[in-house]
Design a protein around this ligand. Structure first.
Ligand SMILES: Cc1cc2nc3c(=O)[nH]c(=O)nc-3n(C[C@H](O)[C@H](O)[C@H](O)COP(=O)(O)OP(=O)(O)OC[C@H]3O[C@@H](n4cnc5c(N)ncnc54)[C@H](O)[C@@H]3O)c2cc1C
Length: 575
C-alpha cells in the first residue's frame, strides 16, 4: 500500500520497532504541553494587543510626517501594526469557517493536531506497513488521557484552571479530538484487517482475544461517535449523554484488555475519570426548591434555598449570578435510579437574593428555564400538581464569566454592550447587574434585550433588575403575535420591522429606568453607538439564539476591520 509493504523483521529489529512505537506515543502525549503553551502564548499576545494605547513600550511616538500622521489618525487610537495584526487575526480565527460548522481557529487547531499526530504515526517507520499500523493505534491511545481530561466539569479541572475557561467553553476541543481519534482508531483497525486478509490469517486471528477486544472497541467508538451527532443530541440529549458516559467507561475496560502497550494510557484515563466523579460528587448539593410556571411565557422559575447568608460568606464555593449549575429533580423518573451526574441539565443562575426566614437571612438562588420537552416539561407538570418544595440535586456552580467582571479588565473598556435574546436574559441580566454595580465599569454601558413579551421581562427578571439601571427592552412578539426570537429552532427570525420606538415608556410591573421599544433592535445602530468614539477596547457580550449572535458579530466585524479592539463573548445554551 503506497510505499508501505509487509516486511519480516528479526528479533532485534522488532525490539527497535517497539522502542520507536513507545517513544512516538510518549512524544504525542507530551506535545500536548507544547500545544497548551502555544495557545497560552497566543492568548497573551491577544491580551497585550488589546491593552489601551499608552500602556507598554510598543506604542510608537507621534510621527513627524503629515502622511504618517494622517495614516495614524485613520485608526481609532494609536496602535502599532503588530497589535492590529494580532487583533484582526484573533477576530478572523473566531469567525465561522462555514456557517454552523465551527470557527476557523477550531479547524486550524484540529487540522494542525491531526497533521502532527499523523506525522508521529509515520515518521521513522520506513516502509514497514505493520509499524505504521501499530503506530496509528498507539499514538491515538496516547491522546485518550487528554480526551478524558477535557470531560472534567469541575472548576478544579487542570485545563479549566490553565485557560480560565469553563468546561462548556473547552468542550469543542473534546469534540474535535474525539473525531480525530475515532478516525485514527478506525484506520488502525482497517489496516490490521487488511493485513490479516493479505496474510491469509483472518479466520484464525478473529478468534484471538486482542483482535476481538480491538473490534469491540471499534464498535463502541462507532456507537459513541454516532450518538454524538448533532441530530441525535437534538432528538434526545439524554440518550447521547448516557451512551457517552456508560460506553466511555466500558471502552476503557475493552482497551485495557486489547494490548499491554496502551495500558499505561488507559490507567491514566481511569485515574482522571475517578477524579472527575469524585470532584463532581463533592460539588453536588442536595437542595430543596419550588417550581412555578410564569404566566403564559413558556418559562419556569426554580427557586432554591442555599442556606443562611452567613454560610455563603468567605466560602470557596460562592454562588454568583451568571454562573451555571447542573440540576436534577425528584420529579425526574431517573432521580433515584442513576448516579447524579448522569441526569442533570444545566441552567444559569439568574439571581441570588436574600430573604428573611425565622430570625435569619436565607440566601436564595433563582433559575429561569424555557420549557422544552424533557426535564423542564416534567418540572412544569410537577409544579402544576403541587406547589410544595421538591428535592433537587445541584452540581456547581461552574462558569468563568466572572473574568469579564475583573476590575482591571473593566477599567480597560471604553464601553460595554450586552445583547440578549429571550431566555438568554438568564445570563445577560446578572452580568449586567454585576457590571453596573462595579465602579470600574465605564459609564458607556448598555444592555439591549429582545423579549417576546413584557411579561417575560417583568415577571421573570424583575427581581434581578430592581435597584439597577434598566435595559433597552425590545418587545418583539406581543403585538403581531410573531416572535422574533425563536429559541426552539435556535434561529433569530427577523419577522418584524421596527414598529414603534418609545424611548422612556415605562413598562408595567415595576421595572425602573427601562427604555422600551416595540419590534426588533437594529443591531447595526446599537453596535455603532457602542463603538463610535471608543478610545479603548469595547466589551461585547451576547447571549441568545445563534442567528442573533451571528448578526451581532457581523456588525462588530466592520469595527474590528477598522482597527478597534473588542472583547467579544458569546454565551451559548447548547453543548
Ligand atoms: C451552560 C448552559 C447554561 C444554560 N442555561 C439555561 C438557562 O438559564 N435557561 C434555559 O432555559 N436554558 C438554559 N440552558 C439550556 C438548557 O440546559 C436546556 O434547554 C435544557 O437542559 C433542556 O432540558 P429538557 O430535558 O427539557 O430538553 P429536551 O426537550 O430534552 O431538549 C431540548 C434541547 O435542549 C438540549 N438539551 C437537553 N438536555 C441538555 C443538557 N443536559 N445539556 C445541554 N443541552 C441539553 C437538547 O439537545 C435539545 O436541543 C443552558 C445550557 C447550558 C449549556
Amino acid at each position: 500500500m503506497f510505499w508501505f509493504g509487509f516486511v519480516s523483521l528479526n528479533e532485534e529489529e522488532k525490539v527497535q520497532r517497539r522502542i520507536l512505537l513507545n517513544q512516538n506515543a510518549l512524544i504525542a502525549q507530551l506535545s500536548a504541553i507544547g500545544a497548551i503553551v502555544a495557545i497560552k502564548t497566543f492568548l497573551y499576545l491577544v491580551w497585550l494587543a488589546k491593552r489601551p494605547a499608552g500602556v507598554g513600550k510598543e506604542d510608537t511616538p507621534e510621527p513627524s510626517s503629515p502622511h504618517a500622521k494622517f495614516q495614524r489618525s485613520r485608526s481609532p487610537w494609536s496602535v502599532s501594526s503588530w497589535r492590529l495584526l494580532v487583533r484582526r487575526l484573533e477576530w478572523w480565527l473566531s469567525g465561522e469557517f462555514v456557517i454552523g460548522w465551527g470557527t476557523r481557529g477550531q479547524w486550524i487547531l484540529a487540522g494542525w493536531w491531526t497533521v502532527w499526530l499523523l506525522y508521529l504515526s509515520i515518521r521513522e517507520t520506513g516502509n514497514d506497513y505493520l509499524h505504521m499500523t501499530k503506530r496509528l493505534g498507539l499514538v491515538g491511545a496516547s491522546q485518550l488521557p487528554l480526551h478524558y481530561l477535557l470531560v472534567m466539569k469541575s472548576r478544579f479541572s487542570p485545563l479549566a484552571l490553565i485557560f480560565n475557561r469553563s468546561h462548556e467553553e473547552l468542550n469543542w476541543i473534546h469534540q474535535y479530538l474525539g473525531r480525530i481519534l475515532s478516525a485514527m482508531f478506525l484506520a488502525h483497525a482497517g489496516l490490521y484487517l487488511n493485513f490479516f486478509v493479505q496474510a491469509g490469517v483472518l479466520e484464525k486471528r478473529l478468534q484471538d482475544d486482542d483482535v476481538l477486544s480491538g473490534l469491540m472497541a471499534i464498535a463502541v467508538i462507532s456507537v459513541i461517535g454516532l450518538s454524538a451527532l448533532g441530530y441525535v443530541r437534538m432528538l434526545s440529549y439524554r440518550t447521547f449523554y448516557w451512551i457517552h458516559v456508560i460506553l466511555g467507561g466500558y471502552l476503557l475496560l475493552v482497551l485495557y484488555s486489547h494490548v499491554v502497550h496502551i495500558q499505561i494510557y488507559i490507567i491514566e484515563c481511569a485515574v482522571i475519570s475517578m477524579l472527575n466523579v469524585a470532584l463532581r460528587w463533592t460539588e453536588t448539593s442536595h437542595l430543596s426548591g419550588t417550581v412555578s410556571v410564569v404566566g403564559t411565557t413558556g418559562l419556569i422559575r426554580v427557586e432554591m434555598a442555599l442556606g443562611p447568608v452567613s454560610q455563603g460568606q468567605g466560602s470557596s464555593r460562592e454562588w454568583q449570578p451568571g454562573q451555571h449549575v447542573y440540576i436534577s429533580s425528584k420529579s425526574s423518573r431517573w432521580f433515584n435510579l442513576v448516579p447524579g451526574y448522569l441526569s442533570k441539565n444545566p441552567f444559569t443562575i439568574c439571581n441570588i437574593s436574600s430573604s428573611d426566614a425565622g430570625g435569619g437571612s436565607i440566601r436564595q438562588m433563582t433559575l429561569i428555564a424555557r420549557c422544552q420537552k424533557g426535564a423542564t416539561k416534567q418540572l412544569a407538570e410537577k409544579s402544576k400538581l403541587s406547589p410544595a418544595p421538591i428535592p433537587f440535586r445541584v452540581e456547581g456552580p461552574y462558569g468563568s464569566s466572572h473574568r469579564y467582571l475583573e476590575p482591571a479588565r473593566l477599567r480597560q473598556y471604553s464601553s460595554v454592550l450586552i445583547v440578549a435574546g429571550g431566555v438568554g436574559g438568564t445570563y445577560a441580566v446578572p452580568m449586567w447587574v454585576s457590571m453596573i454595580r462595579r465602579s470600574e465599569t465605564p459609564s458607556r454601558a448598555r444592555f439591549v434585550w429582545a423579549v417576546r413579551s413584557m411579561e417575560e421581562a417583568v415577571c421573570v427578571f424583575g427581581d434581578a433588575l430592581t435597584d439597577s439601571k434598566g435595559p433597552d427592552l425590545y418587545v418583539t412578539g406581543e403585538r403581531s403575535g410573531q416572535a422574533a426570537v425563536s429559541e426552539e429552532s435556535g434561529d433569530y427570525v427577523e419577522l418584524q420591522e421596527m414598529e414603534t420606538s418609545l424611548p422612556g415608556e415605562a413598562p408595567s410591573g415595576g421595572l425602573r429606568g427601562v427604555t422600551m421599544r416595540r419590534g426588533r433592535p437594529s443591531l447595526g445602530v446599537v453596535v455603532s453607538a457602542s463603538f463610535s468614539g471608543a478610545s479603548n477596547t469595547v466589551c461585547v457580550i451576547v447571549c441568545g439564539p445563534k442567528g442573533m449572535v451571528r448578526d451581532v458579530r457581523q456588525e462588530v466585524s466592520e469595527w474590528v476591520d477598522n482597527g478597534y479592539a473588542v472583547d467579544f463573548h458569546a454565551e451559548f445554551y447548547g453543548l
